[in-house]
Write a protein that binds this ligand. Structure first.
Ligand code: ATP
Ligand code: MG
Length: 293
């Protein structure tokens, strides 16, 4: 039996990484992406520092999801470099992510409808299962031990997200916000060092969004987070650094305060709203206030 089949520790601890602060940095440098003739991203760079929450914002069509998809290997950049754990990732593929310590939640929920909540979360923990295919096949005792450990870790992740009561339910029978928590538990159970979140707050109530913010802040003690999000109050509250895109280009970067005070951001991000307001004001002034009442 090889070393991988040995139990990893004698204490039975199910939280091997949580007390270690993250040390890895994600560097995306000079990323350009073109879809046919459309330039979705032009020379965008960002660095997610270890243990920080990095926000990626910008108006519709700015290129946020494209950048996110580059980070998780769904889109190959036409130019640029991605460095993670000090190594350049030449071809990042979605299937390699968990092995690299990266987990993501996509904009939808993406749970397996035919698996229970607990089973869905256990799927996310799989890279930690010690038993390989063959030991599982021949039911070597370590497989049972791993199954039990996996179950325990999955339950712990559900508990952290206050969703343990739904462990035996099927995703389709649960409200959307609960499904989102389960999807997040599935990402967390792998104990990633980098968590990629695409619009995690969509479809959540104010209270749920607030809780999500607290959770993301709390998680940053043990992992780095790249957060694509439309809800500005959430972004400003939880992010250490923010990169702002507009029409595929990076127009600002910095702390929430720096970004909020950047006129380029106001112009790009609030441009439409400001224009609409100005138009309304102009109209009201020009017709002598007849629009009143
Ligand atoms: N698969 C694709 N094929 C062609 N064009 C694409 C594709 N994906 C994105 N684009 C284009 O690239 C640009 C950036 O899109 P992207 O989805 O990254 O923006 P976004 O910032 O996520 O926008 P939103 O806020 O609306 O989600 C847009 O012009 C979009 O139409
Ligand atoms: Mg998007």
């Amino acid at each position: 039996m090889g070393p991988l089949a040995q139990p990893p520790g004698t204490t039975g601890s199910s939280t091997p990484r949580q007390d270690r602060p993250p040390t890895s940095r994600l560097e995306m440098t000079g990323i350009s992406v073109a879809f046919g003739g459309v330039r979705a991203l032009t020379d965008v760079s960002l660095t997610v520092e270890p243990g920080q929450v990095h926000g990626l914002i910008g108006p519709n069509g700015a290129g946020k999801t494209t950048m996110f998809n580059v980070a998780c290997g769904l889109v190959r950049p036409t130019e640029g470099r991605i460095t993670w754990r000090g190594q350049e990732l030449r071809r990042l593929r979605p299937a390699q992510l968990s092995g690299l310590g990266i987990a993501r939640t996509l904009q939808g929920v993406g749970l397996f409808p035919g698996l229970t909540v607990l089973e869905n979360v256990m799927v996310g923990a799989h890279r930690h299962a010690r038993a390989g295919f063959f030991s599982a096949l021949f039911a070597i005792p370590t497989a049972d031990r791993d199954e039990a450990r996996l179950r325990e870790r999955a339950l712990a992740a559900l508990t952290e997200l206050d969703a343990e009561e739904f462990a035996g339910r099927y995703p389709g029978s649960l409200p959307y916000p609960v499904q989102k928590r389960v999807a997040l538990a599935r990402a967390l159970v792998a104990e990633p060092e980098l968590l990629l979140l695409d619009e995690p707050a969509s479809g959540l109530s104010e209270d749920e969004m607030h809780e999500l913010g607290e959770l993301i802040r709390h998680l940053s003690g043990r992992m780095s987070v790249l957060l694509v999000e439309h809800h500005m109050d959430l972004v400003m509250r939880v992010c250490d650094q923010i990169t702002v895109l507009d029409s595929g280009e990076q127009i600002a970067a910095g702390t929430p305060e720096q970004v909020q005070n950047d006129p380029a951001v106001t112009e790009a991000y609030l441009g439409d709203a400001v224009d609409a307001e100005a138009d309304a004001a102009e109209l009201a002034a020009s017709d002598g206030g007849t629009g009143r009442g």
